[in-house]
Write a protein that binds this ligand. Structure first.
Ligand SMILES: *Cc1c(COP(=O)(O)O)cnc(C)c1O
Length: 376
């Protein structure tokens, strides 16, 4: 699905030098490169504070801890997402409230959010799935109306531009109360190990987030609040700092690859190519198609997946089971919830390889095989 090795080869000397500098400094944890990277990423995102942490799941957890959410508080989240988004809600003894997504953007449906709000609702967690931003303007309006926090799960959409109706632009992840990022190797800005970050424009929250990520410490060995241990190590920060310089170019390459796929599938009635809403510019963490006009979509999709595997083409189902049907949430009785859009998508989506190193020859081969299957 990704080719991090070829990507590395192209900037090998810069990356190796950056790693060597960390090794020579022996500041493996909290070296000055961690802060340097945070400042550079904040500048890129045009946000006041970036606080690095150990991974994107921790970032979500720390965000919810920093907002003082209490057991029993309800947190509204899409059911069609990676498990991390919803898992941390349950981990903190908060109540996940699963809602529908929009069938075109795959992202949380603002109308469904509105319907799910109760007196216990404290926060909304939109997920910018596959690299496409949720309808943040409407979501922020709802949040203001009901006095709710917004945590943007931006693990998949770093660098995505969001356009407000009045002509203001912001980067995805910098619009809500807090945004969370993952630097998992296959993400659009990937480390060579685990990594994550939170961003916010709120000075007080930033201070608190920093404390929580470091054992609730205000100064060394003085611990004011319960926190955790969640750090980005210096080697990962050094790698990310080099790769950040190439992020825009990486995103452009992904967009070109997406356009190539679009063109190849343009006349195929069985393939719905990814929608681009007018409010954002897709960064294509995934290129996910919907199989339409087919009988038994679920088995048809799985057959395509196997057919491609036989032809040595990787493909993935993100995600075969929506959150509300996961066993870990059985105590919330959510599996009986009526989620027609989410269930419809779950049976029909399949993601094709997309990354910075795809060339036209590879894409010709991939699209040729996909079309061979759907036209047979
Ligand atoms: C990857 C991902 C996460 C978790 O990030 P990790 O760094 O793997 O912990 C959370 N949410 C979404 C939507 C993701 O894709």
């Amino acid at each position: 699905m990704v080719d991090t090795q070829t990507q590395y080869q192209k900037i090998k000397s810069e990356i190796n030098l950056a790693i060597q500098e960390v090794l020579d400094s022996s500041a493996y944890i909290n070296g000055k490169i961690v802060q340097e990277f945070a400042v550079n990423l904040a500048r890129y995102l045009d946000v006041k504070h970036v606080i690095p942490c150990a991974n994107g799941t921790d970032a979500l957890q720390i965000a919810m801890m920093a907002l003082d959410l209490q057991p029993g508080d309800e947190v509204i989240t899409p059911s069609f997402t990676y498990i991390a988004t919803t898992e941390v809600i349950a981990l903190l003894k908060l109540t996940p409230v699963f809602v529908e997504v929009d069938p075109q953007t795959f992202c949380i449906d603002p109308a469904a959010i509105r319907k799910a709000i109760t007196s216990k609702t404290k926060a909304i967690v939109p997920v910018h799935l596959y690299g496409h931003a949720s309808q943040m303007e409407d979501i922020m309006n709802i949040a203001r109306e009901f006095n709710l926090h917004v945590i943007e799960d931006n693990a998949q959409a770093i660098g995505c531009d969001y356009y407000f109706r009045k002509g203001i632009n912001k980067k995805a992840g910098t619009i809500g109360t807090i945004g969370t990022i993952s630097f998992y190797p296959s993400k659009n800005l990937g480390a060579f190990g685990d990594g994550g970050a939170l961003c916010t424009n709120d000075d007080e929250l930033a201070k608190k987030i920093k404390m929580i990520a470091n054992h609730g410490q205000s100064k060394r060995y003085y611990h004011d609040i319960v926190g955790c241990n969640s750090r980005l190590d210096s080697i990962q920060a050094a790698i990310l700092n080099e790769k950040l310089k190439h992020l825009d170019e990486y995103i452009e390459t992904r967009r070109k690859a997406a356009d190539f796929y679009d063109q190849a599938f343009i006349n195929c009635s069985k393939i719905k190519t990814p929608f681009r809403a007018s409010w954002c510019k897709h960064v294509f963490h995934q290129y996910t198609i919907i199989l339409e006009n087919v009988n038994s979509p679920n088995s048809y999709r799985d057959e395509l997946h196997e057919f491609l595997a036989e032809k040595k083409i990787p493909s993935m189902i993100y995600y075969p089971v929506p959150a509300h049907r996961q066993k870990m949430f059985s105590r919330f009785n959510s599996s009986s919830q009526n989620m027609p859009v989410t269930d419809w998508l779950t049976k029909r989506v399949i993601s094709l390889p997309i990354h910075t190193e795809l060339d036209e020859e590879q894409q010709d081969y991939i699209t040729g095989k996909v079309l061979e299957f759907v036209n047979r």
